[in-house]
Design a binder for this molecule. Structure first.
Ligand code: 1HN
Length: 345
Protein backbone atom coordinates (compact mmCIF):
# COMPACT_ATOMS: atom_id res chain seq x y z
CA UNK A 1 0.00 0.00 0.00
CA UNK A 2 2.23 2.80 -1.17
CA UNK A 3 0.79 4.31 -4.32
CA UNK A 4 -1.35 7.38 -4.04
CA UNK A 5 -3.29 6.27 -7.12
CA UNK A 6 -4.62 3.28 -5.17
CA UNK A 7 -5.80 5.43 -2.30
CA UNK A 8 -9.37 6.60 -1.80
CA UNK A 9 -10.10 10.35 -1.72
CA UNK A 10 -10.98 9.95 1.97
CA UNK A 11 -7.57 8.51 2.75
CA UNK A 12 -5.75 11.12 0.67
CA UNK A 13 -7.63 13.91 2.44
CA UNK A 14 -6.76 12.31 5.77
CA UNK A 15 -3.03 12.12 4.90
CA UNK A 16 -3.03 15.75 3.95
CA UNK A 17 -4.85 16.78 7.11
CA UNK A 18 -2.52 14.91 9.48
CA UNK A 19 0.53 16.32 7.72
CA UNK A 20 -0.29 19.62 9.40
CA UNK A 21 0.01 17.79 12.73
CA UNK A 22 3.47 16.49 11.78
CA UNK A 23 2.16 12.98 11.34
CA UNK A 24 2.51 10.54 8.48
CA UNK A 25 1.08 7.07 7.77
CA UNK A 26 3.74 4.37 8.04
CA UNK A 27 1.83 2.06 5.71
CA UNK A 28 2.60 4.38 2.80
CA UNK A 29 6.36 4.10 3.26
CA UNK A 30 6.88 0.80 5.05
CA UNK A 31 8.43 -1.08 2.15
CA UNK A 32 10.86 1.72 1.33
CA UNK A 33 11.97 1.96 4.97
CA UNK A 34 12.31 -1.76 5.62
CA UNK A 35 13.81 -3.22 2.46
CA UNK A 36 14.45 -6.93 2.02
CA UNK A 37 18.04 -6.13 1.12
CA UNK A 38 20.18 -2.99 1.27
CA UNK A 39 19.05 -0.43 -1.30
CA UNK A 40 21.49 2.43 -1.68
CA UNK A 41 21.89 5.47 -3.89
CA UNK A 42 25.63 4.85 -3.63
CA UNK A 43 27.04 3.90 -7.05
CA UNK A 44 30.03 1.87 -8.12
CA UNK A 45 32.54 4.32 -9.55
CA UNK A 46 36.21 4.66 -10.43
CA UNK A 47 38.46 7.74 -10.38
CA UNK A 48 41.55 7.41 -12.53
CA UNK A 49 44.67 8.71 -10.81
CA UNK A 50 45.97 10.43 -13.95
CA UNK A 51 42.81 12.60 -13.94
CA UNK A 52 42.84 13.16 -10.17
CA UNK A 53 46.52 14.12 -10.16
CA UNK A 54 46.05 16.66 -12.93
CA UNK A 55 43.05 18.25 -11.20
CA UNK A 56 44.62 18.49 -7.74
CA UNK A 57 47.84 19.98 -9.16
CA UNK A 58 45.66 22.59 -10.90
CA UNK A 59 44.17 23.45 -7.52
CA UNK A 60 47.77 23.91 -6.34
CA UNK A 61 48.05 26.91 -8.66
CA UNK A 62 44.77 28.40 -7.51
CA UNK A 63 44.81 28.23 -3.71
CA UNK A 64 47.41 27.60 -1.01
CA UNK A 65 47.08 24.87 1.61
CA UNK A 66 46.91 27.59 4.24
CA UNK A 67 44.12 29.55 2.56
CA UNK A 68 42.13 26.40 1.86
CA UNK A 69 42.82 25.06 5.41
CA UNK A 70 42.87 21.68 3.63
CA UNK A 71 43.42 21.66 -0.13
CA UNK A 72 41.26 18.64 -0.86
CA UNK A 73 39.24 17.60 -3.89
CA UNK A 74 36.25 15.66 -2.67
CA UNK A 75 35.66 12.31 -4.36
CA UNK A 76 31.93 12.61 -4.64
CA UNK A 77 29.89 9.53 -5.35
CA UNK A 78 27.78 10.13 -8.51
CA UNK A 79 24.77 8.93 -6.50
CA UNK A 80 25.39 11.67 -3.93
CA UNK A 81 26.14 14.77 -6.01
CA UNK A 82 26.76 17.79 -3.80
CA UNK A 83 26.78 15.75 -0.60
CA UNK A 84 30.53 15.30 0.00
CA UNK A 85 30.17 11.55 0.33
CA UNK A 86 31.98 8.69 -1.38
CA UNK A 87 29.73 6.17 0.34
CA UNK A 88 26.62 6.75 2.44
CA UNK A 89 28.67 7.03 5.64
CA UNK A 90 32.14 8.11 4.52
CA UNK A 91 33.94 11.09 3.04
CA UNK A 92 36.98 10.73 0.83
CA UNK A 93 39.14 13.29 -0.90
CA UNK A 94 42.52 13.79 -2.49
CA UNK A 95 44.80 16.22 -0.65
CA UNK A 96 47.81 18.15 -1.95
CA UNK A 97 50.55 19.73 0.15
CA UNK A 98 53.21 21.46 -1.96
CA UNK A 99 56.85 21.85 -0.91
CA UNK A 100 57.16 24.45 1.84
CA UNK A 101 53.43 24.55 2.61
CA UNK A 102 51.66 23.98 5.90
CA UNK A 103 48.09 22.79 6.33
CA UNK A 104 47.38 24.51 9.66
CA UNK A 105 46.72 22.71 12.93
CA UNK A 106 43.15 22.02 13.94
CA UNK A 107 41.12 19.29 15.57
CA UNK A 108 37.64 17.88 15.12
CA UNK A 109 35.41 15.03 16.25
CA UNK A 110 35.74 13.33 12.87
CA UNK A 111 38.33 10.55 12.55
CA UNK A 112 40.62 10.63 9.53
CA UNK A 113 42.85 8.25 7.66
CA UNK A 114 45.46 9.10 5.05
CA UNK A 115 46.69 6.74 2.38
CA UNK A 116 49.79 8.20 0.75
CA UNK A 117 49.49 8.23 -3.03
CA UNK A 118 52.54 10.20 -4.11
CA UNK A 119 55.61 11.88 -2.64
CA UNK A 120 58.10 11.12 0.05
CA UNK A 121 59.16 12.83 3.26
CA UNK A 122 56.14 15.05 3.88
CA UNK A 123 54.92 15.07 7.44
CA UNK A 124 51.81 15.05 9.50
CA UNK A 125 51.91 15.95 13.17
CA UNK A 126 49.37 14.35 15.49
CA UNK A 127 49.16 15.30 19.16
CA UNK A 128 52.76 16.48 19.44
CA UNK A 129 54.44 13.79 17.34
CA UNK A 130 55.52 14.00 13.70
CA UNK A 131 55.09 11.16 11.24
CA UNK A 132 57.06 11.18 8.01
CA UNK A 133 54.92 9.93 5.13
CA UNK A 134 55.97 7.61 2.30
CA UNK A 135 53.96 6.17 -0.58
CA UNK A 136 51.58 3.44 0.50
CA UNK A 137 51.73 4.37 4.19
CA UNK A 138 48.46 4.28 6.10
CA UNK A 139 48.27 7.06 8.70
CA UNK A 140 45.49 7.83 11.17
CA UNK A 141 44.30 10.95 12.93
CA UNK A 142 42.17 10.04 15.96
CA UNK A 143 39.09 12.11 16.78
CA UNK A 144 39.78 15.38 18.62
CA UNK A 145 43.56 15.18 18.12
CA UNK A 146 45.49 18.25 16.96
CA UNK A 147 46.87 17.69 13.47
CA UNK A 148 48.77 19.71 10.88
CA UNK A 149 50.61 18.72 7.73
CA UNK A 150 53.84 19.99 6.22
CA UNK A 151 56.06 19.22 3.28
CA UNK A 152 59.76 19.93 3.56
CA UNK A 153 60.55 17.69 0.59
CA UNK A 154 61.06 19.08 -2.91
CA UNK A 155 58.04 17.39 -4.51
CA UNK A 156 54.26 17.51 -4.01
CA UNK A 157 52.72 15.22 -1.38
CA UNK A 158 49.39 13.78 -2.47
CA UNK A 159 47.29 11.49 -0.34
CA UNK A 160 43.79 10.10 -0.09
CA UNK A 161 41.84 11.21 2.97
CA UNK A 162 39.08 9.06 4.41
CA UNK A 163 36.89 10.61 7.11
CA UNK A 164 33.69 9.62 8.91
CA UNK A 165 32.12 13.03 8.17
CA UNK A 166 28.66 11.77 7.05
CA UNK A 167 28.50 9.46 10.06
CA UNK A 168 29.31 12.27 12.47
CA UNK A 169 26.78 14.49 10.71
CA UNK A 170 24.15 11.76 11.04
CA UNK A 171 24.67 11.75 14.82
CA UNK A 172 24.92 15.57 15.02
CA UNK A 173 28.15 15.27 16.96
CA UNK A 174 30.52 17.56 15.07
CA UNK A 175 32.91 19.78 17.06
CA UNK A 176 35.95 21.55 15.63
CA UNK A 177 38.50 24.16 16.61
CA UNK A 178 41.60 25.78 15.16
CA UNK A 179 44.98 25.85 16.91
CA UNK A 180 46.31 29.37 17.61
CA UNK A 181 49.49 28.68 15.56
CA UNK A 182 49.89 27.11 12.11
CA UNK A 183 51.88 24.26 13.57
CA UNK A 184 51.49 22.62 16.95
CA UNK A 185 54.58 22.22 19.14
CA UNK A 186 56.37 18.88 18.78
CA UNK A 187 57.14 17.38 22.19
CA UNK A 188 57.68 13.75 21.25
CA UNK A 189 60.70 12.34 19.36
CA UNK A 190 60.08 11.02 15.83
CA UNK A 191 59.34 7.31 15.85
CA UNK A 192 58.27 7.22 19.50
CA UNK A 193 54.77 5.78 19.13
CA UNK A 194 55.91 3.32 16.49
CA UNK A 195 58.60 2.01 18.88
CA UNK A 196 56.36 2.10 21.93
CA UNK A 197 53.26 0.48 20.46
CA UNK A 198 54.25 -0.89 17.06
CA UNK A 199 57.10 -3.28 17.78
CA UNK A 200 54.96 -6.21 18.99
CA UNK A 201 55.39 -4.97 22.55
CA UNK A 202 53.58 -2.56 24.84
CA UNK A 203 54.92 -0.64 27.85
CA UNK A 204 54.49 -3.08 30.74
CA UNK A 205 51.97 -1.06 32.74
CA UNK A 206 50.30 0.56 29.75
CA UNK A 207 46.52 0.72 29.89
CA UNK A 208 44.61 2.56 27.23
CA UNK A 209 41.28 4.14 27.87
CA UNK A 210 40.86 5.04 24.19
CA UNK A 211 39.25 2.90 21.49
CA UNK A 212 41.68 4.37 18.93
CA UNK A 213 45.04 2.83 18.07
CA UNK A 214 48.00 4.58 19.76
CA UNK A 215 49.91 4.07 16.48
CA UNK A 216 49.67 6.93 14.00
CA UNK A 217 51.45 5.27 11.10
CA UNK A 218 51.30 1.86 9.50
CA UNK A 219 54.20 1.97 7.02
CA UNK A 220 53.73 0.36 3.62
CA UNK A 221 57.17 -1.27 3.76
CA UNK A 222 56.06 -3.42 6.72
CA UNK A 223 52.66 -4.31 5.26
CA UNK A 224 54.22 -5.19 1.91
CA UNK A 225 56.93 -7.29 3.54
CA UNK A 226 54.29 -9.21 5.49
CA UNK A 227 52.21 -9.92 2.37
CA UNK A 228 55.34 -10.99 0.48
CA UNK A 229 56.27 -13.47 3.22
CA UNK A 230 52.73 -14.86 3.53
CA UNK A 231 52.16 -15.34 -0.19
CA UNK A 232 54.77 -18.10 -0.22
CA UNK A 233 52.34 -20.50 1.47
CA UNK A 234 50.25 -20.27 -1.68
CA UNK A 235 47.02 -20.42 0.33
CA UNK A 236 44.38 -18.10 -1.00
CA UNK A 237 40.98 -17.14 0.30
CA UNK A 238 38.69 -17.65 -2.71
CA UNK A 239 36.97 -14.27 -2.12
CA UNK A 240 39.91 -12.19 -0.85
CA UNK A 241 43.19 -13.68 -2.06
CA UNK A 242 45.36 -12.74 0.91
CA UNK A 243 43.68 -10.01 2.95
CA UNK A 244 44.87 -8.37 6.15
CA UNK A 245 43.22 -5.92 8.51
CA UNK A 246 45.09 -2.99 10.09
CA UNK A 247 44.79 -3.36 13.87
CA UNK A 248 44.90 -1.48 17.12
CA UNK A 249 47.75 -3.10 19.12
CA UNK A 250 45.80 -2.53 22.37
CA UNK A 251 43.15 -5.09 21.60
CA UNK A 252 43.48 -6.40 18.05
CA UNK A 253 40.43 -4.40 16.99
CA UNK A 254 40.26 -2.00 14.07
CA UNK A 255 42.77 0.86 14.07
CA UNK A 256 39.89 3.34 14.43
CA UNK A 257 36.41 2.83 15.88
CA UNK A 258 34.58 4.21 12.85
CA UNK A 259 36.74 3.27 9.85
CA UNK A 260 38.21 -0.16 9.13
CA UNK A 261 41.13 -0.53 6.76
CA UNK A 262 42.56 -3.46 4.91
CA UNK A 263 45.30 -4.46 2.52
CA UNK A 264 45.21 -7.46 0.23
CA UNK A 265 47.34 -9.25 -2.33
CA UNK A 266 45.87 -10.94 -5.39
CA UNK A 267 48.33 -13.08 -7.33
CA UNK A 268 48.70 -12.60 -11.08
CA UNK A 269 45.79 -14.22 -12.89
CA UNK A 270 43.68 -14.65 -9.71
CA UNK A 271 39.90 -14.23 -9.95
CA UNK A 272 38.02 -13.84 -6.71
CA UNK A 273 34.72 -15.63 -6.13
CA UNK A 274 31.56 -13.56 -5.91
CA UNK A 275 31.40 -11.79 -2.57
CA UNK A 276 29.11 -9.23 -1.03
CA UNK A 277 29.26 -7.32 2.20
CA UNK A 278 27.14 -4.62 3.82
CA UNK A 279 30.05 -2.20 4.27
CA UNK A 280 30.38 -0.05 1.14
CA UNK A 281 34.12 0.05 0.50
CA UNK A 282 36.67 2.40 -1.05
CA UNK A 283 39.55 0.62 -2.80
CA UNK A 284 42.93 1.93 -3.92
CA UNK A 285 45.00 -0.08 -6.38
CA UNK A 286 48.46 0.26 -4.88
CA UNK A 287 50.30 -2.04 -7.29
CA UNK A 288 49.29 -4.13 -10.28
CA UNK A 289 46.29 -3.95 -12.54
CA UNK A 290 43.04 -5.74 -13.14
CA UNK A 291 39.28 -5.49 -13.28
CA UNK A 292 36.44 -5.49 -10.83
CA UNK A 293 32.87 -6.45 -11.60
CA UNK A 294 30.37 -4.85 -9.24
CA UNK A 295 26.91 -6.06 -10.17
CA UNK A 296 26.56 -4.94 -13.78
CA UNK A 297 29.36 -2.37 -13.60
CA UNK A 298 32.81 -3.28 -14.94
CA UNK A 299 35.77 -1.20 -13.79
CA UNK A 300 39.35 -1.65 -14.88
CA UNK A 301 42.10 -0.26 -12.73
CA UNK A 302 45.82 0.28 -12.59
CA UNK A 303 48.22 1.82 -10.08
CA UNK A 304 46.69 4.53 -7.82
CA UNK A 305 43.22 4.35 -9.35
CA UNK A 306 40.49 4.62 -6.71
CA UNK A 307 37.11 2.90 -6.84
CA UNK A 308 34.09 2.47 -4.65
CA UNK A 309 31.87 -0.58 -4.12
CA UNK A 310 28.36 0.04 -2.69
CA UNK A 311 26.79 -2.03 0.07
CA UNK A 312 25.67 -5.55 -0.82
CA UNK A 313 26.65 -5.46 -4.49
CA UNK A 314 28.29 -8.68 -5.67
CA UNK A 315 31.99 -8.14 -6.34
CA UNK A 316 34.50 -10.10 -8.42
CA UNK A 317 38.12 -8.94 -8.74
CA UNK A 318 40.38 -10.21 -11.53
CA UNK A 319 44.07 -9.45 -11.20
CA UNK A 320 45.93 -9.25 -14.52
CA UNK A 321 49.18 -8.69 -12.60
CA UNK A 322 50.11 -9.34 -9.00
CA UNK A 323 48.00 -6.72 -7.27
CA UNK A 324 47.91 -4.93 -3.95
CA UNK A 325 44.60 -3.29 -2.95
CA UNK A 326 44.19 -1.00 0.04
CA UNK A 327 40.60 -0.50 1.20
CA UNK A 328 38.53 1.16 3.90
CA UNK A 329 34.92 1.12 5.05
CA UNK A 330 32.62 1.69 8.03
CA UNK A 331 32.79 -2.01 8.94
CA UNK A 332 33.79 -1.40 12.61
CA UNK A 333 30.61 0.60 13.17
CA UNK A 334 28.42 -2.01 11.53
CA UNK A 335 30.08 -4.77 13.57
CA UNK A 336 29.54 -2.89 16.83
CA UNK A 337 25.89 -2.29 15.94
CA UNK A 338 25.37 -5.95 14.96
CA UNK A 339 24.53 -4.91 11.39
CA UNK A 340 27.51 -6.21 9.41
CA UNK A 341 26.86 -9.10 7.02
CA UNK A 342 28.81 -10.82 4.31
CA UNK A 343 27.87 -13.44 1.76
CA UNK A 344 30.11 -15.64 -0.32
CA UNK A 345 28.93 -16.90 -3.67
C1 1HN B 1 40.67 17.45 7.43
O1 1HN B 1 40.93 17.93 8.66
C2 1HN B 1 41.69 16.89 6.68
O2 1HN B 1 43.28 17.10 8.40
C3 1HN B 1 41.42 16.37 5.45
O3 1HN B 1 43.99 16.66 6.45
C4 1HN B 1 40.17 16.40 4.92
C5 1HN B 1 37.87 17.05 5.09
C6 1HN B 1 36.86 17.65 5.77
C7 1HN B 1 37.08 18.15 7.03
C8 1HN B 1 38.34 18.08 7.61
C9 1HN B 1 43.07 16.89 7.22
C10 1HN B 1 39.14 16.98 5.63
C11 1HN B 1 39.37 17.50 6.90
Amino acid sequence: MNKNSEESPERLAYYERIRADNLAPLWQVFSTLITKEPKSDCQAHLWRYSMLRERILEAGNLISAKEAERRVLILENPGFAGEARITTSLFSGLQLVLPGEVAPAHRHSQSALRFIMEGSGGQTAVDGERTIMEEGDFVITPPWSWHDHGNESDAPMIWLDGLDIPLVRFFDTSFAEGYPEDEQPIDTPDGDSSARYGANMLPVDYKSSSPVSPLFAYPYARAREALEAMKQRDEWDPCHGLKMRYTNPNDGGHAMPTIGSFIQLLPKGFSTERYRTTDATVFVCVEGKGKTRIGRTHLDWGPKDIFVVPSWQPVVHEAAEETILFSFSDRPVQEKLALWREKRG
